[in-house]
Design a protein around this ligand. Structure first.
Ligand SMILES: [Zn+2]
Length: 228
């Protein structure tokens, strides 16, 4: 077996992990009424529907107890204030879970609305002020003069140089994933992006030329967090 060098040359995971832990600890102590008793593990997940998600007690250390999971869409690393707000927002869910009245994952109840408003992250269904606040999968915006914005401006923790590369520096999605075309009849085809395909099944069964539609594989964040 090859020995692992004591001075790691690949320390990207450590650097990103330290950066995320720094943010987590900061808002855990400065934003919440009382710090969480349970640790949280931040998992970068490009498939998380919203910008982030809190899942209680998803992990164990195999010994003394459970650890919560906070999923963060890696796109949030593109804008530091958004990343901070996603972590802060999900810490509020975690606080609710531990201390009071948590309903279920991604569901904001009346108490949660009040906690978020007090934190300067008012909930909204539209991404703009107003809109429905209570319910499943609500988003929020960052209030310019709110508590969170003040804390963000005072943050002196480590920063992070890593973020997803801009689109023009990445391989095209078709190169990475291939792409799938789907017909109205349910027939699939794997193919290169940018071409058009006629469904062979429809041609045989219905003697009809039907163009297949390309399926998008990467979902964008539905309502990006704004500073208002
Ligand atoms: Zn077809």
């Amino acid at each position: 077996m090859t020995e692992i060098p004591s001075e790691p040359i690949q320390n990207t995971n450590t650097e990103i992990g330290n950066y995320l832990d720094n943010i987590l600890n900061y808002y855990n102590h400065e934003l919440l009424d009382t710090p969480l008793k349970t640790r949280c593990l931040i998992v970068l997940n490009p498939k998380v529907g919203k910008d982030g998600l809190f899942i209680p007690k998803k992990w164990t250390d195999g010994d003394s107890g459970s650890i919560h999971e906070i999923q963060v869409n890696p796109k949030c690393l593109e804008q530091e204030i958004v990343l901070h707000s996603v972590i802060a927002r999900n810490l509020i869910f975690a606080w609710q879970f531990e201390n009071s009245n948590f309903t279920r994952v991604a569901y904001l109840n009346a108490e949660g609305v009040k906690l978020m408003e007090d934190a300067g992250l008012p909930p909204t269904s539209t991404g703009e002020p107003g809109g429905d606040k209570i319910g499943q999968g609500k988003t929020y915006y960052i209030a310019k003069e709110g508590k969170f914005a003040g804390l963000f401006n005072s943050y002196k923790g480590i920063t992070c140089k890593y973020k997803p590369a801009p689109k023009n520096e990445r391989l095209s999605k078709a190169k990475v994933y291939g792409s799938k075309y789907k017909c109205e009849c349910g027939n699939y085809a794997d193919s290169k992006s940018g071409s058009s395909y006629i469904c062979g099944i429809c041609k045989i069964n219905k003697n009809k030329e039907v163009f297949m539609k390309e399926e998008k594989k990467e979902k964008p964040i539905s309502k990006p967090v704004k500073i208002l």
